[in-house]
Design a protein around this ligand. Structure first.
Ligand code: 5GP
Ligand code: MN
Length: 352
């Protein structure tokens, strides 16, 4: 990663000092990186005595409750539960931190997209996705050669704490959600790991973060249903095209039958990449009016370009997502699957 500029840190310090009502927000359907970065920044700002709230398009999944802890009930607002108060909080704020997304689109910000885009508050971006909407932010910490927003926030807060002469620096209350979010975005150090990532992890462990406990919460506390569904998908649903694209689909009936909650299918899309001949994996998940598309690819195949070109989405080079709208792009979930297979085939043929 690039060095963080001292000028930017001083600018950030000034913005925080001047602010009276701060909002921290992240992308819809928060994952570990979004929830972890929001929790860590919330705790840092509360520590400076600021009035701060985390305002999200929708609720954090139960599987991440260990990460937000009691702060979830006290300082988080979601537009899913309380659309009015969530939009009001954004309207009333004078400083907004945007974490783990980089443009005010409906696909990323859900029902909060307009409130965020129209707000006159100063906006700070801290994010690791490609192509930020630069003009929308007063200050950007945007870095793609980094594991996660949590890691980027770690380096920003480390520099800020030092500039503010904060002692004793970042505590485990802040470092634990940061290490957890970095762990989920790297698939537990499986991808997007840079030298700076290992330095961050090492500093968190030295400060006393309990990594065993994080791993227990993240990977060993699911219900039986999740693994049963994964088994079924891999055994009888996954197909692999001659060009090496694996495709799996979870429709609403399966979600109901296996009692699958938000967050339960985390990591499924990575599994087919374990097969040598698979170059890209595509997971479709039925939602209201569209199929959610998750794409993961191996080096040399751009999941990001495929998502942007065919599925109204984007993300990172090797991990991206988007949507197939029903009925605009495809008439039904089954047709959406055919559409996904056709599009990814077309993409792979052109990539050769
Ligand atoms: P996931 O497959 O885990 O939902 O998402 C993988 C990556 O793609 C994440 O970095 C996420 O930010 C990005 N992504 C997922 N859905 C969308 C989308 O609809 N639009 C854009 N621009 N990015 C997405
Ligand atoms: Mn992320």
């Amino acid at each position: 990663m690039k060095d963080i500029s001292r000028d930017d840190i001083l600018k950030l310090h000034g913005m925080i000092s001047r602010a009276e009502r701060i909002v921290v927000t992240a992308h819809m359907r928060p994952d570990g990186d979004a929830a972890g970065s929001c929790t860590a920044l919330l705790r840092y700002l509360l520590g400076t005595g600021k009035n701060v709230r985390v305002v999200l398009p929708d609720d954090c999944p139960d599987s991440l409750a260990f990460l937000t802890g009691e702060d979830y009930g006290r300082h988080f607002l979601s537009a899913e539960k309380a659309p009015g108060p969530a939009k009001e909080a954004i309207k009333d704020s004078d400083l907004i931190f945007c974490l783990d997304f980089n443009s005010f689109s409906g696909a990323r910000c859900g029902d909060l997209a307009d409130a965020l885009a129209l707000s006159s508050a100063e906006k700070v971006l801290i994010d690791h996705h490609l192509y930020p909407q630069r003009e929308a932010f007063s200050l950007l910490f945007s870095e793609t050669e980094i594991s996660s927003t949590c890691e980027l926030l770690f380096w920003v807060l480390t520099a800020l704490a030092s500039a503010e002469d904060r002692k004793p620096g970042l505590g485990t209350d802040i470092l634990t959600p940061l290490l957890a979010g970095m762990t989920t975005d790297t698939n537990n150090f499986g991808n997007s790991v840079f030298p700076s990532t290992l330095r961050m992890a090492s500093m968190a462990l030295e400060a006393g973060v309990d990594r065993e406990s994080i791993l227990q919460h993240l990977y060993n506390e699911y219900g039986e249903n999740r693994l049963r569904l994964l088994g079924k998908l891999l055994y009888s649903d996954m197909d692999i095209s001659p060009d090496g694209v694996a495709c799996m689909m979870i429709d609403k009936e399966m979600l109901r039958k296996f009692n699958i909650k938000e967050g339960d299918t985390e990591g499924f899309v990575n599994k087919p990449l374990e097969i040598g001949k698979v170059k890209m994996s595509c997971l479709l998940k039925e939602d209201d009016g569209y199929m959610r598309v998750s794409l993961r690819s191996k080096k040399g195949v751009s999941a990001n370009r495929c998502a942007a070109e065919f599925f109204h989405g984007g993300g990172h080079e090797l991990a991206a997502g988007g949507r197939i709208y029903i009925p605009d792009d495809a008439g039904s979930p089954a047709e959406a699957r055919e559409y996904a297979v056709k599009c990814t085939q077309m993409f792979m043929t052109r990539e050769k």
